[in-house]
Ligand binder design. Structure first.
Ligand code: PGA
Length: 248
């Protein structure tokens, strides 16, 4: 796995064909980047279109979720990892709290991870506690469980990046203090290495209200391997400013 920092955009339910101008600007900005890797996880309706339109690709495209079945099936409205791979997706977000809230359990997420690994997709696996769990000081227990029930040692762990996203921080402009964030990221890395007996620590990103202002403060958290950026990734200017300010 690379030592580059990850800047991953999660467009959520946003964008149409005209949004290619956003992708185009970000792609131009990323020319020859030796320091970081940019991935944009866009709606399924746009992956193939963007992929075809980008002549020189400095960025990677990804999806935001999938159905857990391996290929095809009677699942109205759903799309499998197999189908997403064929659109040109190279990454996939799984376990996002918005999907957990609408029914994705740890065991469903685990199946999604397995079907995505079969397609050799790179997985951005989201974990995080909600506000009640945080207030009850259950954060580390929740994170440990989410890792334990979704990942197995036998998986190709090089294909899995973890995104720590406290649910209460998503889209709220509320963000952890660096000290606490450092502690949690260290916990995740150690937990993962001890549990799966890996030689190195996993890549761990932070997500939740990351913007062009707070990125300077977040850049001081040395344990972090990058960021998962929601709202601010829908604007090329904000997204590019996040990268610029990170390296200032
Ligand atoms: P946000 O979303 O940056 O808008 O808080 C992050 C995410 O949901 O991945």
């Amino acid at each position: 796995m690379t030592n580059k920092k990850y800047f991953i955009g999660n467009w959520k339910m946003f964008g149409d064909f005209n949004s290619f101008k956003i992708i185009k600007k970000i792609n131009q900005f990323c020319t020859n980047s030796k320091k970081y890797k940019v991935v944009l996880c866009v709606p399924n309706t746009l992956i193939h279109f963007f992929n075809k339109k980008l002549k020189f690709k400095n960025i990677y495209l990804g999806a935001q979720n999938c159905h857990h079945a391996d290929t095809y099936g009677a699942y109205t409205g759903s799309v499998s990892a197999y189908m997403l791979k064929k659109t040109g997706a190279e990454y996939i977000i799984l376990g996002h709290s918005e999907n957990r809230q609408s029914g994705d359990t740890n065991s469903i997420i685990k199946k999604k991870i397995e079907s995505s690994l079969k397609q050799k997709l790179n997985i951005i696996f989201c974990i995080g506690e909600n506000l009640a769990e945080r207030r009850n000081k259950k954060t580390l227990i929740v994170l440990r469980k989410q890792i334990k029930y979704c990942i197995e040692k036998k998986y190709n762990l090089n294909k899995i990046i973890i995104a720590y996203e406290p649910v209460w921080s998503i889209g709220t402009n509320k963000i952890l203090k660096n000290k606490e964030l450092e502690k949690i990221i260290r916990f995740i890395k150690k937990e993962y290495r001890d549990k799966f007996k890996t030689k190195s620590f996993p890549k761990v990103l932070y997500g939740g209200s990351v913007n062009q202002k707070n990125i300077s403060q977040l850049s001081l958290v040395r344990e972090l391997d990058g960021f998962l950026i929601g709202g601010a990734s829908q604007s090329s200017k904000k997204f590019i400013d996040i990268i610029k300010n990170y390296y200032k």
